[in-house]
Design a protein around this ligand. Structure first.
Ligand SMILES: O=P(O)(O)OC[C@H]1O[C@H](OP(=O)(O)OP(=O)(O)O)[C@H](O)[C@@H]1O
Ligand code: HPA
Ligand SMILES: [Mg+2]
Length: 192
């Protein structure tokens, strides 16, 4: 399915992963996490806002008890490239010291955001910190990142849907799409 967005320049969305493909990956990751964190009462921390849909599907597949919290970050503003300035906009309220912390990300792109989050948690003396990311875009990494639970390895394309936004839109889409300038963008732009 291709969707042409009526914005300037025009973008097109092409489906990258279907609901079924996403569900299969969520089940695989939940099974691994349930096995590895059994008896550890992990603190599952979603990175706002992009991870919320993934997190809510993931935790409902877990077979172990967990505590859920969130951390807020912001780096992309309204564009498709990281500003490089990572701000922690909201802190978790749970006890962190001595906890097994599992960070849930929708995507690791440059890795700058997860690097800042790892730095934040390591200051609070947890028992362990692990990363679960639905998508990993290795071609764009600027820092070394160890993702213990990785869903899809994706090409160097901007993606939206299933929690991920472009300028705060399209998070609600139930599937994942690549977003690229439409091939006839030049033509359309000169038709003004
Ligand atoms: O690996 P990076 O290049 O740092 O990019 C990944 C991060 O950027 C996005 O969040 P964003 O800051 O746009 O906030 P949002 O989740 O509210 O969309 C995304 O949800 C990740 O958290
Ligand atoms: O590809 C992406 N899509 C949406 N948000 C993002 N934040 C980092 N990379 C992306
Ligand atoms: Mg975003």
């Amino acid at each position: 399915m291709t969707i042409i967005l009526a914005v300037k320049p025009p973008f097109e969305l092409k489906r990258l992963y279907s609901r079924e493909e996403i569900s299969e990956v969520v089940r695989r990751l939940s099974a691994q996490i349930s096995r590895d964190f059994a008896g550890k009462d992990p603190l599952v921390v979603g990175v706002l806002k992009g991870s919320v849909i993934f997190l809510s599907d993931l935790v409902r597949e877990l077979s172990i008890p967990t505590e859920i919290d969130f951390i807020g970050t912001s780096s992309y503003g309204n564009g498709t490239t990281s500003t490089g300035q990572i701000k922690i906009t909201a802190e978790p309220t749970a006890r962190l010291a001595g906890r097994h912390i599992l960070i849930i990300e929708d995507i690791v792109d440059t890795g700058l955001c997860i690097e800042a989050i790892m730095k934040y948690f390591s200051k609070h003396k947890p028992a362990s910190i692990s990363i679960c990311a639905l998508m990993d875009k290795p071609a764009r990494h600027q820092v070394r990142v160890k993702i213990a639970y990785s869903g899809f390895t994706i090409p160097d394309k901007f993606v939206v849907g299933y929690g991920l936004d472009f300028s705060q839109h399209y998070r609600h889409l139930p599937e994942i799409f690549t977003m690229e300038e439409a091939p006839d963008a030049g033509q359309l732009a000169s038709d003004d």
